[in-house]
Design a protein around this ligand. Sequence first.
Ligand SMILES: [Zn+2]
Length: 111
Amino acid sequence: MKKRRIIRDIAIQRIKLLYKYAVHEVHKGNVWLAQRYMYIAKRIAGKAGIKVPRSIKRAICKNCLIPLVPGITSRVRLKSEGKGSRIVVTCLICGWIHRYPYKLGKKRVQK
Ligand SMILES: [Zn+2]
């Protein structure tokens, strides 16, 4: 249905916009406001029946929803243990640790 697609498009646009605002608030020091923006973004996604875009999902804390800005709200470390290498992102607000595997020598095109 066409209407549904339009709703999804609007939802994605709003989520992206809210993320942009949230990052802006982090830079200004308004952590709680940034969390509030991302909470709203998640609710929009839920209502529209879509997933939060991967690029944004990875850029916010899973636990407290704060946008993870390196040096302000997060600490980023690269770790190579055993077989794989990992990106370890620590949320400086709630202490949540996010780990993402990554492969060396393989370029992924980000949209
Ligand atoms: Zn957090």
